[in-house]
Design a protein around this ligand. Structure first.
Ligand SMILES: [Zn+2]
Length: 407
């Protein structure tokens, strides 16, 4: 019996294709691995199995021809608002949306809820959204215990800014909490920022700042030169209120100084936080944000922001090369939130993949002041793979034609 049994095992081993899915002939852009070339990508289970110049179709259970398209790591959007657990305004923060309805259709596989919840409300975000979504959802805890709470005044309550409690909940949920957020604080003191940094220190996490009301008592320059630590993140980089360009149109040198200190500048587009008057001269003079993020919520997605790929397309229109735009939307944000297992296509990494098309034509991109910049390229998500599964397929590339399907 024994030899026959062995032969049977061998035959089965040869008959089984090595890979579940091969994406064939696409241009792979993987910044971490310094790849920007035509490559095949093989997936087995929920992992990247191989990236190679030629992976035979016979090695795969299913092969999809993606020639003419770009194959990138699943996009990482590190500033969204997805605490739409109930229609109760108590939770909906900045008009939150549910992640799966907005992510996959634009190539996004990982999002970070940026402070919609604080230590008091995080449990509901975890139970209702993080645990129930197909999108990988991380969170930054608001330094305010009640989070955004659906009302701006809740975020003004300095009594509810408790670094110890915030850090405690962050540590207890270290699998999904990736930072501390401070947002919308309007007072003249530094207390809100400093408490968030204190929580960040206790929990060993980066802090993300939405500086909100810019006041002479607490100049923005001091935020990025003194109060934040290396690795902390300023979101809303191209907000009109950020001191960026002097009267002669020249970029203010402190921005580069802040960057040399290790401060991270994130786009955080939002409804009101992206201005061409800032972005065009800044990018021209070499001040390109480290990461692209949307600040997704119902107001931003129906205004100039729209979705992750639209914001990325804006950077193409600004003249930033596609490889860099992809890096700003994959590997950079993954590193910034200390999840270096994401944002690349190394064999063994989670099989989160975006297949993108660059469409050529006449396009218009609108900023927060409703001003338009024209462009000739727009990114579209043809296919999104999350955890090895096709979760978005715009033109059914992974499907069989109906008239060839078995009866
Ligand atoms: Zn936000």
């Amino acid at each position: 019996m024994r030899p026959a049994y062995l032969i049977l095992v061998c035959v089965c081993a040869f008959a089984q294709p090595r890979y579940d899915l091969v994406l064939k002939g696409g241009h792979v852009i993987d910044a971490k691995n310094h790849v920007s070339a035509v490559r095949d990508v093989a997936i087995t289970g929920n992992r990247i199995a191989a990236v190679d110049a030629n992976i035979p179709a016979s090695d795969a259970r299913r092969t999809v021809d993606v020639s003419g398209l770009y194959v990138t790591p699943g996009l990482v959007d590190m500033h969204v608002h997805v605490f739409a657990a109930t229609m109760n305004r108590e939770y909906t923060g900045e008009d939150c949306v549910r992640p799966d309805g907005f992510t996959f259709r634009s190539g996004v596989t990982t999002v970070v809820d940026a402070g919609s919840s604080g230590w008091r409300s995080f449990g509901v975000l975890r139970d209702e959204i993080i645990n129930k979504s197909k999108t990988r959802v991380f969170a930054m805890l608001n330094i305010v215990g009640n989070g955004m709470g659906g009302r701006m005044d809740i975020e003004q309550n300095t009594k509810d800014m408790e670094p110890e409690r915030t850090a405690e909940v962050a540590k207890r949920n270290s699998d999904v909490v990736v930072g501390i957020k401070i947002a919308h604080y309007a007072g003249p003191e530094w207390i809100a920022v400093d408490r968030a940094v204190q929580a960040g220190e206790l929990a060993h996490l980066p802090v993300m700042v939405d500086f909100a009301t810019f006041r002479p008592e607490r100049p923005f320059q001091e935020l990025v030169l003194k109060h934040l630590r290396p690795g902390d993140i300023y979101t809303h980089t191209y907000l009109q209120a950020v001191p960026m360009i002097d009267k002669e149109g020249k970029l203010l040198p402190y921005l580069f100084e802040a960057r040399r200190r290790g401060i991270i500048f994130d786009v955080g587009h939002g409804a009101g936080s992206f201005s061409w008057k800032q972005a065009v001269p800044a990018v021209k003079q070499g001040f390109i944000a480290d990461s692209i993020s949307t600040d997704l919520h119902t107001d931003s997605m129906n205004a100039g922001m729209k979705d992750m790929l639209n914001v990325m397309s804006k950077f193409l229109a600004l003249g930033v090369p596609l490889d860099q735009v992809i890096e700003m939307s994959t590997w950079h944000p993954a590193r910034q939130i200390h999840h270096e297992e994401l944002g690349h296509l190394t064999a063994g990494a989670p099989a989160d993949v975006a297949v993108l098309r660059v469409v050529k034509g006449d396009f218009g991109f609108v900023d927060s002041a409703r001003l338009r910049l024209k462009g000739t390229e727009k990114l579209v998500a043809e296919m999104t793979i999350r955890d090895g599964r096709v979760v978005w397929d715009l033109n059914g590339m992974s499907s069989q034609d109906w008239d060839h399907a078995p009866k």
